[in-house]
Design a binder for this molecule. Structure first.
Ligand SMILES: Cc1cc2ncn([C@H]3O[C@H](COP(=O)(O)O)[C@@H](O)[C@H]3O)c2cc1C
Ligand SMILES: O=C(O)c1cccnc1
Length: 352
């Protein structure tokens, strides 16, 4: 059997450079501050050094990929907003008016919009990265969301973009998504992988009421019962109950790990993609910065399973890459303290 790009990418992932990490901490400890006094900013700085393999990482090039895709499972009434909003928001991203555009500008990051599965023909619309695999997934309450080929094609989109980031010298990559209904497959993924009750990992998405939440839980339970995803096979879970944009995020995270690029994952849906990547290789987590803890109740279980601690806790529940943008600024701040703070020796501060 031909080896897939997922397998060859997976095999390139190495542990991060622990020696460089220790050297970075020693440099931080020589700065004009008590040891450890910059708290998690020090963690961000030493991890950025270890991931990138450079002593003084340059964080000026920051890119957020916002992957858009539609979901057949919206036929079941699991989302508050109509599917058409996915397409409308793509135009909003291009016009620079969405939440992620504002927050990315705020931190000096570029937003790149990728159509991996929107149920709309954008033609050759400028400003979009056109990598459509299908016009949305199928309804996973009735059968698999994707074929194995579609799932692999969507992962490949993310892997290709990570390769391009290495060529471009992007210092920090962020993940984002837009896809009406996509909290439903995200809950299905964590339920399938962790074995937790669907009720314990399913929440209100854009703001559904109690009745719609009960329906959403039943739809996910039905989807898991019909598709029987193999909890030990993350790609099987992804194909059966995932989404095209979630697969692309899994590929981007995997590709960043393979290329030594730090990747900032956004909220619930992005973390579902990162979870798939993390289940594929134990060292993927070393390359991940978890931007924030989402309001979705299943998010903490995902973060715990990956083994990452969120940077922010701001009651965010938007997605798009909004939290990733904000967290990038703190990661960059940590790196700047390493690059720019004076040592005690340089400043003539004589305490030990
Ligand atoms: C105007 C608008 C902008 C958004 N930007 C992100 N999302 C977020 O909400 C959706 C997921 O929630 P659910 O599963 O409940 O549909 C995704 O598109 C996610 O990116 C949005 C949703 C809306 C309505
Ligand atoms: O956590 C998120 O990213 C999220 C939560 C609800 C709806 N959209 C996104």
């Amino acid at each position: 059997m031909n080896r897939t790009i997922v397998e060859t990418t997976r095999e390139r992932i190495k542990p991060v450079n622990r020696e460089l990490m220790q050297q970075a901490q020693a440099r931080l400890d020589a700065k004009t501050k008590p040891p450890g006094a910059l708290g998690r900013l020090e963690e961000f700085a030493r991890r950025m050094v270890a991931i990138s393999g450079t002593g003084s990482p340059d964080t000026s090039k920051k890119v957020i990929y916002t992957f858009a895709g539609d979901h057949g499972v919206t036929d079941e009434g699991v989302a508050l907003y109509p599917k058409a909003v996915t397409t409308q928001m793509v135009y909003n991203f291009l016009a620079g008016g969405a939440g992620v555009n504002v927050l990315a500008r705020h931190v000096g990051a570029e937003v790149r919009v990728v159509d991996v599965g929107v149920d709309n023909d954008f033609g050759d619309l400028a400003g979009v990265i056109h990598r459509k695999v299908a016009r949305g997934t199928r309804n996973f309450a009735k059968g698999p969301a994707m074929t194995r080929e579609e799932m692999l094609a969507a992962i490949t989109v993310g892997i290709d973009l990570a390769e391009q980031c290495r060529v471009e010298g992007i210092a920090l990559v962020g993940t984002g998504e837009m896809g009406i209904g996509n909290t439903t497959p995200s809950s299905a993924i964590i339920a399938a992988i962790s074995g937790k009750a669907v009720r314990d990992v399913t929440h209100r998405g854009t703001g559904i009421d109690d009745d719609a939440l009960e329906l959403k839980i039943r739809v996910i339970e039905q989807g898991l019962a019909i598709n029987q995803p193999d909890s030990t096979n993350p790609l099987d879970v992804l194909a059966k109950v995932g989404g095209l944009e979630i697969a692309a995020i899994a590929g981007l995270v995997l590709g960043c790990a393979a290329n030594g690029i730090p990747v900032v994952i956004d909220g619930f849906i992005s973390t579902a993609g990162a979870l798939i990547a993390s289940e594929l290789h134990p060292n993927v987590a070393d390359y991940i910065f978890a931007a924030h803890r989402s309001m979705e109740i299943g998010h903490s279980f995902m973060l715990e399973r990956i083994g990452v601690e969120p940077i922010l806790d701001l009651n965010l529940r938007l997605g798009e890459g909004t939290g990733a943008a904000l967290a990038m600024s703190l990661i960059e701040a940590g790196v700047k303290t390493l690059n720019e703070m004076a040592t005690r020796e340089q400043a003539g501060v004589t305490h030990e």
